[in-house]
Design a protein around this ligand. Sequence first.
Ligand code: ADP
Ligand code: MG
Length: 700
Amino acid sequence: MTTNLESPIAYLKGVGPKRAELLKVELGIDTFFDLIQHLPFRYEDRSVFHKISDIKADSTSLQLRGKIIKKELVGGKRASRLVAVFQDGEGELELVWFKGAKWIINQLPINVEVVVFGRPTKFGRKWNIAHPEVEKVDSFEKRRGGGFHPVYSSTEKLTTRGLNSAGLARLIRVAWENIKSEVGETLPDNLLSELKLPSRKDAFEMVHAPRTPVEADRALRRLRFEELLYLQLVLIQHKRTVTVDLPGAIFWKVGEKFHEFYSKYLQFELTNAQKRVLKEIRADLNTGRHMNRLLQGDVGSGKTIVALMSALLAIDNGYQACIMAPTEILAFQHAEGISDLLKEMDIRVEVITGSTKKSARKPILEGLANGSVDILIGTHSLIEPTVVFKNLGFAVIDEQHKFGVAQRSKLWAKSKIPPHVLVMTATPIPRTLAMTAYGDLDVSILDELPPGRKEIVTAHRTDAKRLEVMSFVEKQIALGRQVYMVYPLIEESATMDYKDLMDGYESVSRRFPLPKYKTGIVHGRMKPADKDMEMKRFVSGQSQILVATTVIEVGVNVSNATLMIIESAERFGLSQMHQLRGRVGRGGDQSYCILMTKDEFSNEARRRLETMCRTTDGFEIAEVDMEIRGPGDMLGTQQSGVPDLKMADLLRDRNLMTTARYIAQRIIDKDPQLDLPVHKTLKINLEIILKDRPNWSRIS
Ligand code: ADP
Ligand code: MG
């Protein structure tokens, strides 16, 4: 039977229906071409053979050459173990399989020269190798390049059916022979020569059987780049359809209100980063296209002013603006802050949240409908259908990570022409991730803090130092400052966590007793009204210590709080700790963050703690966090804007992604619909890919 790229993998010699099913379930491999795209994750130098007699006590994996002279299933009726005796002329050892024994025994050739690869361990006085790779010498030598071998990721189930790395390698070789004549080029010639990339066919050939490490690298680079380029083409084209093709209100005036605020009421000089971002936003608002922009900036970088001044641009052009915050407290804080900044100006600011009474809501809704309300601030109650604007031109979404994509698009529906959208987040996302997960957004970055901020001093202490830490708390309070003490709250162990929290609260209250000290507590099981009251007591300075779970994570601003203690810090994620730490250091006083842990914790936790102590740069922290957790976890499942990639990897291929983004943008700028003859291949393949990977077009 003739096969092609899309032939089901079951047609491949040596596969059959059972293994085909397993390949599909375990590795997502359906077709011949899927198999070819299963790239090696590393290469092994297999040019050297060892002798059994040379094996040292602490050998790593090594390669032997000899014969299996005997094989048997042991372990009584259940025959759970396969033991084979292997000799290389100078010695003897045992090869052992605990899994898949019954299947593997039939595959082991007796008295034929084989290559064995694995890690010897000593069992009694004899060496043995558990789960080695075994391959006939003639097949081993047929592989091109001899000594330099690809290693493929496999799974336990596949391994027990003989599809470990070597087994996959064999299948891939056969499949490749079947389909290689059909593998065509997918990148334009000029791009291949510009980036010095090998052809697609050569790349697949080399990637599975490189002669040298350099060949392997070139091949990998070519294939990963191709995948990333197509991903970026999808994203950038999509972005064009939601921006270029969607009309946006044109704010051509930089008018009266903006200037009035800038010259009279802005109390400080904008940072250069703020000026740059305002320019970027203004440029967007002038084009007649819909703006969809992500503003990333660490806590305290001054995002609010940028949002407010952009809102003033909208008002100057006859539009209304709204700001949506993730919690009620934050909505009120924004409302208070913004009303205060604008108090001398003729601008009407209102706030609506879930607890706004009907009677209070009515005049606001009327004002929105007749245009007399200029800025509406609120929680997600802003997107309820009863909230109707006369002319919404600009919407700000603060702390994006709490909002889903669906909510964003509901905002669009609030106006005939969709309002320009500015999404603000204090959880920096590594740039390459932002490029994909938020592929339809332009990204602005506030990478500069206003002057005069003191770096937060961060230290790690174990429980042994608790007494000293408590005296430090006492000193801070004596200076008139306030203190956060944060406890972990992780769902699965919630009951234990609540107990820890309450125990902590009690011992703090004993150490800092009434009436001299007041300690508050907030956590998710409290009634919202009680929680609010405790928060307000802390915000107004009535309580000095706030014991809390991560409910205080987002955006609350108490500039007098200078010390944060994070309990059981080994259990917190890196970005989460960074967010928490942002609650202090908001005033002019030196602030501190102390990470308390037990004496022992994992290496990964150590890396998080060290990173926290080393830097306060949110972007640097985000990079490390992505390395630790991987891109998927970083965004959370709710948002899950991570595309399925077969050959490239968002983390490993960060630099390549930047190149792909740049090239894709250049191509689309020049030829939006890919109609030029040089782009014909791109156009055809893009259509195929979009059918193949629906999740790419749903990302944003
Ligand atoms: P975030 O980015 O965390 O939302 P905010 O917008 O709340 O930060 O700003 C934090 C504080 O810094 C506010 O009190 C704000 O008034 C102040 N601020 C913002 N920009 C500047 C600036 N350029 N110079 C001095 N202070 C600034
Ligand atoms: Mg903020």
